[in-house]
Design a protein around this ligand. Structure first.
Ligand SMILES: Nc1nc2c(ncn2[C@@H]2O[C@H](COP(=O)(O)OP(=O)(O)OP(=O)(O)O)[C@@H](O)[C@H]2O)c(=O)[nH]1
Length: 394
């Protein structure tokens, strides 16, 4: 410390030097304190965006010494992975019973309308004409309508009139018309060395992809090992849509590039099914206008290519029940290019024209095996003639 006595003894130069030294010490000290505080404020937890590290140059020291302990996986906090919860699909049995109310709601005008007419005290010509109109309006088709009216006329004449008889006779004749003798079993049983292969076809928008997804759930509920083939390479979102359906129940989807060759994806999915020893491979195909010959021919190719490695056990044609007579025309054209083994009638919940079940079976001689009764994941049911007719008359 300089005393007032010593000050006069120092030269001006020495005095300036001492003042400068003291000033430098003060500046360095203050800066050090500020830096230390800032560092503390930047410790983890601060929400500052990360600053991109400048490339290290030759001679630069590494920021952390090499002996700093490396954080192990246990130490690092990882973001929590979303739990992959698989859904448990409803078993196929009893689905139609659950969906009966929905069917009754949409088809009420057909069943209950017929019943009301038949229960009249007097069945005159006008009433029979009304019965015919009700059936035709519900898309039963001209042939089956005339057949049914003929039978009802005879039986009502012989067995008498009245609400109770009318209901019983109508029920029996409708069931006969829907034909319970047709084999509606889905061929989804694995053979010794290969999975069952199901090809799903139809016009765009009828509900093919949705049906494949729903069907996968039906099969998973039966403990079957399923592989999905996304051979709809035409609609960009179809493969994603299918994959999402599969992931919900732990089913793998084989897919290819957008716009790729559907036949090669179908082939790959069957190959995968064989390798995984799957029970069933479900192949979704692109929707196509039945009027476009080239696209229709492509379907034949898809089937032939699959058959190089496995038999195709089911070709399910998906028909949108709301399209009425147009659905019938589609069915006819598809049946010409590929052997359809079963029909799926979708959107029966959205139309009163349930008579299409009868008409389309007649047209193709192929049974309706499944019906779609809503957009819900388990709203696809095996078709049962008796339950169907009961729902109409409820
Ligand atoms: N209400 C109702 N909607 C259904 C049913 N089945 C399918 N849909 C709906 O119909 C629409 C079309 O279904 P998709 O499965 O995409 O049809 P797609 O035939 O695969 O269509 P493309 O790939 O364009 O050929 C979707 O909105 C489905 O939710 C059903 O049974 N009832």
């Amino acid at each position: 410390m300089l005393t007032p006595l010593l000050v006069p003894l120092l030269t001006d130069q020495a005095l300036i030097t001492i003042v400068v030294v003291i000033a430098v010490i003060l500046v360095v000290g203050t800066t050090g304190l500020v830096v230390a505080r800032r560092r503390r404020a930047e410790l983890p937890g601060a929400t500052k965006p990360p600053i991109e590290a400048a490339e290290p140059q030759v001679g630069d020291d590494a920021e952390e010494p090499r002996d700093t302990p490396t954080r192990t996986l246990e130490d690092a906090e990882l973001p929590e992975a979303p739990a992959a919860t698989l859904e448990t699909p409803e078993s196929a049995q009893g689905r139609l019973v659950r969906l009966r109310a929905r069917l009754a709601r949409s088809q009420g005008s057909l069943g209950k309308g017929l019943l009301a007419l038949l229960s009249r005290d007097k069945l005159d010509e006008e009433t029979w004409e009304d019965i015919e109109t009700t059936l035709i309006t519900a898309d039963v088709g001209v042939g089956p309508t005339q057949e049914l009216v003929e039978k009802l006329r005879t039986r009502m004449r012989v067995e008498g009139v009245g609400a109770a008889q009318a209901r019983e006779i109508l029920r029996e004749e409708l069931v006969a018309l829907v034909d319970p003798s047709m084999d509606r079993t889905l061929n989804v049983t694995r053979k010794e060395t290969q999975p069952a292969v199901v090809l799903v076809v139809g016009v765009n928008g009828t509900g093919k992809t949705t049906t494949v997804g729903k069907l996968a759930r039906v099969l998973v509920a039966e403990d079957k090992h399923v592989v999905l083939g996304a051979a709809d390479t035409f609609r960009a979102a179809a493969a994603d849509q299918l994959q999402t359906w599969g992931e919900r129940v732990g089913v793998r989807t084989v897919r290819g590039p957008e716009g790729g060759d559907p036949a090669s994806i179908a082939f790959d999915s069957v190959k995968e099914g064989i390798a995984e020893e799957a029970d069933v491979v479900l192949v979704d195909t692109a929707g196509r206008l039945h009027t476009k010959t080239g696209l229709m021919d492509e379907l034949g190719k898809v089937k032939r290519v699959i058959e190089k490695s496995a038999e195709v056990d089911e070709v399910l044609l998906v028909i949108d029940a709301t399209t009425g007579q147009n659905g019938l025309t589609q069915a006819r054209v598809f049946a010409e290019v590929i052997d359809v083994t079963g029909l799926v009638l979708t959107k029966l919940d959205g139309t009163a024209k349930g008579g299409i079940v009868i008409a389309v079976q007649r047209e193709l001689g192929v049974p309706v095996k499944l019906v779609g009764l809503g957009e819900g994941a388990d709203d696809l049911a095996p078709f049962d003639p008796e339950q169907f007719v009961d729902a109409l008359l409820d």
